[in-house]
Design a protein. Structure first.
Length: 317
């Protein structure tokens, strides 16, 4: 496949607009920070919101955990905590151990290699596609990378050429820029953001293998769904999943059964069809929201929005 353009995001980007990044900036995937261990075990304050936004706009996603282990026992503890953060969620890209900072300065090469293997083995055993994030220089000088080639390599080199670790491991994702970006603007949605190219069709491989929360052999049905079909149907009616083919694609990509959800939507809307006058009076009462929200909700419910709004205007004269 040709390269795909992505970003990696954490609380440092604040409340991030993934839908805009996808539609306006050409972002095709995101790797979001789940948490770390550099300040005790913690969950990134934006993780849940970032995950939800990716699901809602149909943006494929992976996750990463900032490591701090000094032993294989600590690495396994970090992995266990990371897995607790991932539970009940689905990821179309690998989940990564972020190896940098004090892990580099406080561990010798052999110890660090064993720490990484211990963490990734725990993650793999739990049914996830494990990967390692680090800089090209760290892969080459601070770990025995020849022992780690089985794990996906997400390699940082803020430059113009794709990195090639000395071990011969393939750079499957290249972080080419962050604060410094020699290829394009360092901003997404006006915010400084790390940026990446991916060279592997991870969504297809992960879903086919039944990893990261997906049921094996069924790319459209998650092993662990975030919400019930009834909840998603209510969101569809509220206009949160778009219309037509867009809705079908987004629901399927998020791992939901489109046909089942659409059936619920149809049943909910059919018996409750009201006249334009009735809906107009509900609008005036405040039952349908305001502005674009109102328009989307009324249209998604199968009503003629211009006709309803016309009647609202007549009633308010």
């Amino acid at each position: 496949m040709s390269q795909r353009f992505g970003i990696d995001v954490s609380r440092w980007q604040g409340s991030f607009d993934f839908a805009r990044a996808k539609s306006k900036e050409g972002v095709e995937f995101a790797i979001i920070k789940a948490g770390g261990a550099d300040s005790g075990l913690y969950k990134d304050s934006q993780f849940e919101a970032n995950y939800k936004k990716c699901v809602e706009c149909g943006l494929p996603k992976g996750a990463y955990f900032y490591g701090n282990a000094r032993s294989t026992a600590e690495a396994k503890k970090e992995a266990g905590y990371f897995l607790s953060l991932l539970k009940g969620k689905k990821f179309e890209y690998p989940v990564f151990y972020d190896v940098e900072g004090s892990m580099i300065t406080k561990n010798d090469r052999n110890t660090l290699t064993q720490i990484i293997k211990a963490f990734c083995s725990e993650v793999e055993a739990a049914g996830y596609w494990a990967g390692i994030y680090s800089s090209e220089s760290f892969f080459n000088s601070e770990m025995n990378d020849g022992e780690l080639t089985r794990y996906t390599h997400w390699v940082a080199r803020w430059g113009k050429s794709k990195p090639a670790p000395a071990s011969g491991a393939e750079t499957q994702i290249w972080q080419f820029g962050g604060e410094t970006n020699l290829i394009r603007s360092n901003k997404i949605n006006g915010q400084t953001c790390d940026q990446d190219y991916c060279y592997v069709d991870f969504p297809a491989k992960i879903k086919a293998a039944g990893l990261n929360g997906y049921a094996k052999g069924n790319s459209s049905t998650p092993a662990l769904a975030e919400k019930s079909n009834e909840e998603i149907a209510a969101e569809v009616i509220a206009g949160k999943w778009g219309n037509g083919k867009e809705r079908q694609n987004r629901l399927s990509q998020a791992g939901y059964d489109y046909s089942a959800i659409q059936s619920i939507v149809n049943k909910k809307l059919s018996p409750s069809k009201k006249s334009v006058d009735e809906i107009a009076r509900e609008v005036i009462h405040g039952d349908w929201g305001n502005g674009t929200e109102r328009k989307n909700r009324i249209s998604a419910a199968g009503y003629d929005y211009p006709a309803v709004q016309k009647r609202v205007n007549e009633l308010l004269r």
